[in-house]
Design a protein around this ligand. Structure first.
Ligand code: 13P
Length: 287
């Protein structure tokens, strides 16, 4: 059964660890992440971008697949199915499709419009028992064609959005989606501490989890980050393992062309990196 993410994240704030959001693209991704969460007794959030939702033929397909998979696999750890960087329309589609959590990303709107739309969606989500994440200050890098400039959120605006009753808040603190450039300045912990002082125990979300050094991750968690999103790193691990399988000619041996064999090393690689992240975030054994 899918659960909303509020309870798991409130527990994470109290316990000073973070729960990973790992983005899914297909059945293999979903299965690998769920297996890792169960094996490590960790809560987990499955993130679905609008692009990935479209790729999987729609949010209803995703919701049906994830619900059925948790049941068939006998998953007992808390699993939330979460829309990642949702548009206004996409948020409603996921609410209807049975997602247990959504992120409405109104960070590209003027703050008044972000507030208005977030407020409306908070009401709708809470009437249906769905958790909601909002965003202030775009996250840099590119995701599904949305480009941000490594922005840093205004702590007063964070407070305004937090006061709307959102369950957790994503705030840009110099983080970027995708690989970090050589000259990246690192996370802005001064701003993170200011945001934390204004919003209290509301769980903070750190996007762009790929490639952030372990010491920065730990410091961010100590300052109230309770959800960390990882996407690109799973893709890179999958790619590397799949490339190796083919370069070693294993697809040419026996039934090595069988997709269940061809995709197996990539799936194992996803499990490896997801477990590594769960260890770093401190969520192992916290289900
Ligand atoms: P990365 O792709 O950089 O890991 O970021 C993922 C993310 O923040 C999804 O919202």
């Amino acid at each position: 059964m899918l659960v909303q993410a509020t309870e798991m994240l409130n527990k994470a704030v109290a316990g000073k660890y973070a729960v990973g959001q790992f983005n899914i693209n297909n059945l293999e991704w979903t299965k690998s992440i769920l297996q890792t969460a169960q094996e490590n007794n960790s809560p987990v959030i499955l993130g679905v971008s609008e692009g990935a939702g479209k790729y999987m033929t729609g949010f209803k397909t995703v919701s049906a697949m994830v619900s059925a998979m948790t049941e068939e696999m006998g998953i007992t750890v808390p699993v939330a199915l979460h829309l990642d960087h949702g548009t206004y329309d996409g948020s409603y589609k996921c609410i209807d499709a049975g997602f247990s959590s959504i992120m409405f990303d109104g960070s590209h709107y003027p703050i008044e419009e972000n507030i208005e739309k977030t407020k409306e969606l908070v009401k709708v989500c809470h009437s249906k028992g769905i958790s909601i994440e909002a965003e202030v200050g775009a996250i840099g890098g590119e995701e599904d064609g949305v480009i941000g400039g490594g922005e840093v959120a205004d702590p007063d605006e964070c407070k305004m959005i937090a006061d709307l009753g959102v369950d957790f808040l994503a705030a840009g603190i110099g983080n970027i989606h995708g690989k970090y450039p050589e000259n990246w300045q690192g996370l802005n912990f001064d701003v993170l501490a200011q945001i934390k002082s204004k919003i209290g125990d509301l769980p903070l979300v750190l996007h762009g989890g790929t490639g952030i050094p372990a010491d920065m991750i730990k410091k961010a968690i100590s300052l109230g980050v309770a959800k960390i999103n990882v996407n690109t790193e799973c893709q890179l691990y999958f790619q590397e393992a799949t490339r190796k399988y083919i370069e070693e000619g294993k697809d040419l041996i026996g039934k090595g062309f069988d997709p269940r064999k061809l995709l197996a090393p990539g799936c194992e690689a996803i499990k490896t990196i997801v477990k590594e992240k769960m260890e770093l975030f401190g969520s192992i054994g916290k289900a």
